[in-house]
Structure formats: C-alpha cells, structure tokens
Design a protein around this ligand. Sequence first.
Ligand SMILES: [Mg+2]
Length: 218
Amino acid sequence: MQEFATIIIDFDSTLVQVESLEDLAALALADADDRTERIQAIADLTNQAMTGTMGFDEALARRIPLLGARRDHLSALVEVLKQKYTPSLLRNEAWFRANSERLYVVSGGFREFIVPVMEPLGFKQEHIFANTFLFDDEGNITGADPTNFLAQDDGKTALLRHLDLPRPRLIIGDGFSDYQLRASGECEQFYALTENIHRAEVVDRADRILTSFDELLM
Ligand SMILES: [Mg+2]
C-alpha cells in the first residue's frame, strides 16, 4: 500500500455494508402503505447505476422522490449506519486512522450523513466528497445540488480531475462509478471490495479483488 500517494474509497457497500439511500427510505417510509414497493424500486435503480446500465445522474434523480425523506430522518440514519460499518474496516481502524492524510472518501451518497458516520473513525471531514441534499421550507428532501460534480454521470472522474490529488492513486469500491475512475485514468488501480456485495460487471474489470480490507493491509 505504500506505493499509493492517494487512496480513494467509496462509501455505500464499501465502508458500510448497505446502500444508505435504501436505509433512509426504510426510515422515511416506515408507515407508508407502498413501503415495500418503493424500497424495491430504489434498490433496482441503485443496482442499475452500480452495474453501469443507467447513468448515475438519472438513477439519483429518480430515487430521491421515492425516498419521502425529511431533514429530521438524517440523524436516525446516522445512528443506523454506525451499526453497519464494514467489519474489516472496524478490525483495521488503527490503520485507517494512521493513514488519514492520504485517505479520501468519494461517494455518490450524501455529506449530511457520511461525514458524521466516518469522522468517528478518524476520516478527515475535508477529505470527504459527496453530494448535498436540497430541502424545501418544510424540511423535505427535494433533490441533490445539481452543481456538485458527484450529482452528474461519471461525476467521480470530474471531481478527481478537479482535485488533482497526488499520484499514484488507488480507488477501492464495489460499483461501476468506482471502476470509471480507473477507466478514465484518474486512478492508476481499481480494487473491487467484495466483502459486502459482489457485482460481476464490476469485479471483472478490477485490477485486484479484495474480499476484505484485511487483504489491503497484507
Ligand atoms: Mg458503493
């Protein structure tokens, strides 16, 4: 690992075991009659984006109205996600803390919950890049800030180009948008983490497969 000046890590299904928008929907739709159908529709859209069959921007725009979420659901979501850290992340917490200078989180998820979930493990707030929610006057989540690079298709590539972080760079993730950083040349290597989910379309394109973060440190 010493050879990488910058290590970029995805959030959903990589640093946590789940797709956080599905957990947010589960909280927000707790009393909705069509809860099961809406959560399934969100999961289907996530899968299409993560396997590269739908643009990330389109999948995000279609998922947010299905969430039915408000600002006051976010603190509950943070508590849920803190119970769902990827096990090998917790096992290797000391290493992640010691390497925080070169570690970055780049996610199509949202800063409003990723920062409070990752800061307790030593991740630096200014090294966390993600979308930000838009709210209406009643606190309903109405969308994602469209000016953010990460709200766009292949937004991770656009962000990395903008940040110009030290090379060589490694991207670790589970999804197609993570692989795109390797395909675009913004990262020299892509390691697919399969501890939480194994997406064949993504794993087939990886330079290396990590069944857990333990293998990264060996
Ligand atoms: Mg992911």
